[in-house]
Design a protein around this ligand. Sequence first.
Ligand code: ZN
Length: 273
Amino acid sequence: MRSKYAVRFGFGVMVSMLCACGAGPDAEPMSYEQEEQQAWEEFRASAIFEPEINAYIVDGDIPLSDEQELREYWEDTRARLTQGLTVMRSGSTDVIWNTTQRYNLTYCVSNSFGTNKTLVVNTMAIATASWSDKIGVAFKYVPAQDATCTSSNANVVFDVSPSSSTSYFASAFFPNDARSARRLLITSSAFTTTAGGRDFQGILRHELGHTLGFRHEHIWTGCTTETSADARLLTSTYDSNSVMFYPQCRASGTGGYRQTANDFAAALTLYPK
Ligand SMILES: [Zn+2]
């Protein structure tokens, strides 16, 4: 499981050689920002403006007072309807936490992190809140279990433990894994890397996405050898800026890991608040 879903590095060269990433050989692909700007300008040009009340009219009769509100409406609508997130499947069932467990995702942080433990605790707090602030889940840090924070500790849902590996940044698990496999492993390189725009917090946001049942978003692009078997795209197309999309698989090759509005909108369909 670790080798399949870990955040890897040392991958950029292979990607640039093998990955067409949706761009034809004779076409200069638009960047994500350019595509967004073009789509926004097309929408704005088609919007109904009513000078009598100095407002845009959307959804037939809803007035929006300025372009800022119109932009927010456009972003929200696109996020709801178009892009984002891929969930793990087992047969015809989404692999997610049930309505009770999703509010009690307990974890410990191993004392074996030593001088890095405070960094891990604090960054886990930020990364877990980045999900729970927006969708219906709750992670709970249980420091009382830190001294026995191993794969066999049944008092927590998962353990956050160090790995001495030098071949990846961090790895995680899916909700249907047994306790012995429910580990969030962090290598020392995760603390300081900037590869592909990554940072430690972003790596944890990505790994926590796996723990909620989310697969790699780039599996729909053929960028890596990971297949889309046992996966379901939650919306009509993938989001290349998703927190679950490898930076090296994007046209830009960078951008790091942050959830997009699309990520949250799609995640809310599985974990409503
Ligand atoms: Zn991953």
